[in-house]
Design a protein. Sequence first.
Length: 276
Amino acid sequence: MTLKTFKPYTKSTRGTIIVSKEGLWKGKPIKSLTIGKKSSSGRNNLGRITSRRRGSGHKQKYREIDFYRNKHDIEAVVERIEYDPNRTSHIMLVKYEDGERAYMLVPQNIKIGDKIISGNKKEIKIGNCMPLHDIPVGTAIHNVEMKPGGGAKIARAAGSSVQITGSDDEYSIIKLASGEIRKITSKAKATIGVLSNPDQKNIKIGKAGRNRWLGIRPSVRGVVMNPVDHPHGGGEGKSSGGRNPVSPWGQSAKGLKTRNNKRTNKYIISRRKKRV
């Protein structure tokens, strides 16, 4: 995929950079593999806003992605590659030898007509899925399970991958893009390759309206709110908030560690790098 720029006919097109959809399927998705997606506008089942600045945007259908790869020892052929509005990576439609179809995330350098398979001790080939103990050290992988059979949880965004740095019969050591090094049971599955659409990070929205199409609403600064709405609100005239940056609920916004999962601390060998 390549980046697409525009001639500056308007103020918005002057700065807009998007990913070209050349080579992607132009038709509709498979109906049996899609479900209706109702916009929650960032609200939970009690109607309370838990994710701010969400709402409106284009209506989207959710594509059901196969993150489990449970059809072992059955080859599948890549039929087409599609755009998915629900994620940054592209998806591919595959057809198994028994006639069943499924959507999966597309790794880089995979083409229409390529064959993929999942199972134990398969060929180290882009798109193939197998347990971590069958993958050589140094291989780039994505769609990594945390627990065997639990479905892929790590490295699912566009252009992402993790690297195997060590392995034995019980645990495999992987290095994440953040710099964190952790242990995962060697029976967990992963897919070979780096995910597609790496140019996603170079996109420039160009105008506020495009964010509204994506369902992202404007961000209002705390210092322009009233004291009842934000700790930084109020004051006579233009003020700086009068304290260190905090969230609307008073939690520090300057690198406060909120991770509280001591149960899995033993699997983390090295913490992720600090942001500069």
